[in-house]
Design a protein around this ligand. Structure first.
Ligand code: SIN
Length: 290
C-alpha cells in the first residue's frame, strides 16, 4: 500500500524508573509492566505512568485484581472522578460506568469511533476500563486510533482549512438517538470544541471530531459540514495505520487519553457476554484551538 510522505509520529524512547513498557505499535499503545494497581502507588510510579501515558496515549495493564475502591483510587491519582451523564437514572456508584454486553443487549457501549462524553464542555480527559469477563470464544477487542497522527496525515491545505474551525458535540445523538435513554431535565450536554485542538500536556495538534458525538462544523453549510465530517470520520475508520488493538483478558485495565485518541468497541462475540467497569477522570480545562 502506498504511504504518504508525512513524518511518522514515532515517539522518542523514554526511560522510566519504576515500570517497563512494551509497545503495541510505533506510535500508539503500550503494555505497562511492573506495577500492581491494587497497591498504593508511589509518586515515582504515578510520574512514570503519567509520562508513559503522554508518550503512548493508551496504556494496558495486565493481570490486575481490583475492587471498585482500588479502581477508583487509581483514577484519583490523575484527577477528579467523572460522573457519566447516563448514570443519572441508574442505581449504583455514580463514578462507575458499567460496560456490560450480553446476548440480550440492544447495543454494546462504544460501538462507534468516539471519544468519551465529548458533548461536555470539559470532557473526561482519561478513562480506565477494567474488564473482568471476556467472551470465552474470543473477540471483544477494542480499537484505539491516534488523533495526533490522524491530523498529521491530512494534507497541508486540509490542515489549514480545519484549523480555527469549531464543531458541535451533542450528547443527544448517542444517548437518545442510539441508546434510547431518557434524557435528564434540560437534556444531555451539547457543546462546541475546536476541530483542531492543542493537547494541554504535550502541546501537539490533534484532530478533535468523532462520529459518536460531533454533529456539525460551525460556519459551514449543512451539506459542507456533512461532507467534511464524513471525510474525517472515514479517515479515522478506514485507516488501520492510525490504530492499535487491545485484546482483553479478565484482569486487564486499559487507561487511555480521550483528548488524543478515539476508540471503538468491537461487538463480534454475540451471543456471548463481556463485562467491565469504567472510571474516568475530568480534565482541568476545555480544549483550546491549535
Ligand atoms: C467505552 O468506554 O466506550 C467502551 C469501550 C469498550 O467496551 O471496549
Amino acid at each position: 500500500m502506498a504511504r504518504t510522505m508525512n513524518p511518522p509520529a514515532v515517539q522518542p524512547p523514554t526511560e522510566y524508573e519504576t515500570i517497563s513498557v512494551k509497545t503495541l505499535t510505533p506510535h500508539i499503545g503500550a503494555e505497562v509492566r511492573g506495577v500492581d494497581l491494587s497497591e498504593p502507588l508511589s509518586p515515582a510510579q504515578v510520574a512514570d505512568i503519567r509520562r508513559a501515558w503522554a508518550d503512548w496515549q493508551v496504556l494496558v495493564f495486565r493481570d490486575q485484581q481490583l475492587d471498585r475502591e482500588q479502581h477508583k483510587a487509581f483514577g484519583r491519582h490523575f484527577g477528579t472522578l467523572h460522573v457519566h451523564p447516563m448514570n443519572h437514572f441508574r442505581d449504583g456508584d455514580p463514578e462507575i460506568l458499567v460496560v456490560k454486553t450480553t446476548a440480550d443487549s440492544p447495543y454494546t457501549a462504544g460501538e462507534a469511533w468516539h471519544t468519551d462524553v465529548s458533548c461536555e464542555a470539559i470532557p473526561p480527559m482519561g478513562s480506565m476500563l477494567y474488564i473482568t469477563e471476556t467472551p470465552e470464544v474470543g473477540g471483544g477487542d477494542t480499537l484505539y486510533a491516534d488523533m495526533y497522527l490522524a491530523y498529521e496525515l491530512l494534507s497541508e491545505p486540509m490542515k489549514r482549512f480545519l484549523t480555527g474551525l469549531t464543531a458541535i458535540h451533542d450528547g443527544g445523538m448517542p444517548y437518545v438517538g442510539n441508546y434510547k435513554s431518557t434524557p435528564p431535565e434540560g437534556g444531555y450536554p451539547r457543546t462546541e470544541h475546536p476541530v483542531v485542538a492543542r493537547h494541554p500536556d504535550t502541546g501537539r495538534p490533534l484532530l478533535y471530531v468523532n462520529s459518536g458525538f460531533t454533529t456539525r462544523i460551525e460556519g459551514l453549510t449543512k451539506a459542507e459540514s456533512r461532507a467534511v465530517l464524513d471525510m474525517l470520520f472515514d479517515h479515522i475508520a478506514t485507516n488501520p495505520r492510525l490504530w492499535c488493538r487491545v485484546n482483553w483478558e479478565p484482569g486487564t485495565l486499559t487507561f487511555w487519553d480521550n483528548r488524543c485518541t478515539q476508540h471503538h468497541a468491537v461487538w463480534d462475540y454475540w451471543p456471548h457476554s463481556r463485562y467491565g467497569e469504567r472510571v474516568s477522570v475530568v480534565g482541568d480545562e476545555a480544549l483550546q484551538p491549535y
